[in-house]
Design a binder for this molecule. Structure first.
Ligand code: PLP
Length: 358
């Protein structure tokens, strides 16, 4: 926590208005808008719910294909299944490790069935080539949803990730750069869409006292208590980004003598370095390094297993260049907490060096 969260929660309790919809919801949404430059925001229970609402508002349904990054976390794509639509996965490029605009264009040029939307992920706090991707989506009439769950605070040519597409989403899950313990935010420059998403997020009640229903919705609205935490967290976002980037630089310095490749930063972009991630050379046994770290109480993980490699999606179509498979084979996420100091980073790096040698 940053400092003021407890105070804001106390204020919520003093007002005795802990129910959803309350003053802190409005404040949290307003702070996201003013920080990212998004025009409208809706605070919801989680990032996954925010993606689901975006697909629902755009009318994505069972006869639709939805394109998505294959190199991502399942939360990016599970809402496609909630809507009974069909995901089609697109591989990564090497400059940002995110969705390859060249493959995207090739697919849209040649596909028989035009997809309704694209969900592009800005992974590990690194912006995708989002301007190029946005232009392609416009050209082919494909809605663009940005999964910026991991990348709040990251920019591309000075503009925040999450604000280039028709919709953007952020997550405040426990592991993200900011957290409300659980939570999410849907943003869009289209006020009508955010209003509609708000309607679906509160059970699609028509405005009658007796709750008339023409459509069904969901119970996805964020609680005022968690929004109070979010308002406190937004006060420290810039400190968090700066600290995450510092931790990344420490890793780079500590590991400068061994042959590793850190996640690149795309020209013109400024990542939040949510997690420090790197690739080892082909002959390094990643499992052994993870075990070495684990033995000393340091948690690390392989990079996300691409969606097209998941048994769940074995029947799905994907457009591949093998980049994400190589990232998965050779990559690792390192401990990247903002409470880490230089010695913590050194300790992790000593264990990595030990793991490589053994
Ligand atoms: C965390 C995450 C999500 C889901 O967010 P929740 O708030 O946990 O539902 C979606 N996509 C990516 C890339 C994530 O890292």
């Amino acid at each position: 926590m940053g400092g003021n969260e407890q105070k804001y929660i106390d204020e919520v309790f003093k007002s005795n208005y802990i129910a959803p919809i309350g003053e802190y919801i409005n404040k949290f949404e307003a702070s996201i808008c003013s920080y990212t430059g998004a025009q409208n925001a809706l605070a919801v229970t989680c990032g996954t719910a925010a993606i689901h609402l975006a697909l629902r508002v755009l009318g994505v349904g069972k006869d639709d294909d939805v394109l998505a990054s294959t190199f991502t976390f399942i939360g990016s794509v599970s809402a496609i299944l909630y809507q009974n639509a069909t995901p089609v996965f697109i591989d990564s490029e090497r400059e940002s490790w995110n969705l390859d605009p060249v493959l995207l264009k090739e697919y849209l040029e040649s596909c028989e069935k035009k997809p309704k939307a694209l969900i592009v992920t800005h992974l590990y706090g690194q912006s995708a080539q989002i301007e190029e991707i946005a232009v392609i989506c416009k050209e082919y009439g494909v809605y663009l949803i940005e999964d910026a769950a991991e990348s709040l605070g990251a920019t591309y040519n000075g503009k925040h990730t999450g604000t280039f597409g028709d919709f953007g989403i952020y997550s405040f899950n426990g592991n993200k750069i900011l957290t409300t313990s659980g939570g999410g935010m849907l943003v869009s420059d289209n006020a009508e869409w955010i209003k509609k998403a708000g309607f679906y997020s509160t059970q699609a009640k028509e405005p009658y006292l007796h709750y008339e229903h023409l459509e069904y919705g969901y119970n996805y609205r964020m609680s005022n208590v968690l929004a109070a935490i979010g308002v406190g967290q937004m006060e420290v976002i810039e400190d968090r980004v700066e600290k995450k980037r510092e931790v990344f630089e420490w890793y780079k310095e500590e590991l400068k003598d061994i042959d590793v490749e850190f996640m690149p930063e795309l020209a013109g972009s400024h990542g939040n370095r949510w997690l420090t991630t790197l690739l080892f050379k082909k002959d390094v046994d990643i499992d052994k390094i993870i075990a070495e770290l684990d033995e000393d109480g340091c948690e690390s993980r392989p990079l996300w297993k691409p969606m097209h490699m998941q048994p769940l999606f074995k029947e799905n179509q994907s457009v591949l260049n093998r980049v994400s498979e190589e990232l998965f084979e050779r990559g690792i996420c390192l401990p990247s907490g903002t409470r880490m100091d230089r010695n913590d980073v050194k300790r992790v790096c000593d264990l990595i060096k030990k793991g490589i040698q053994s």
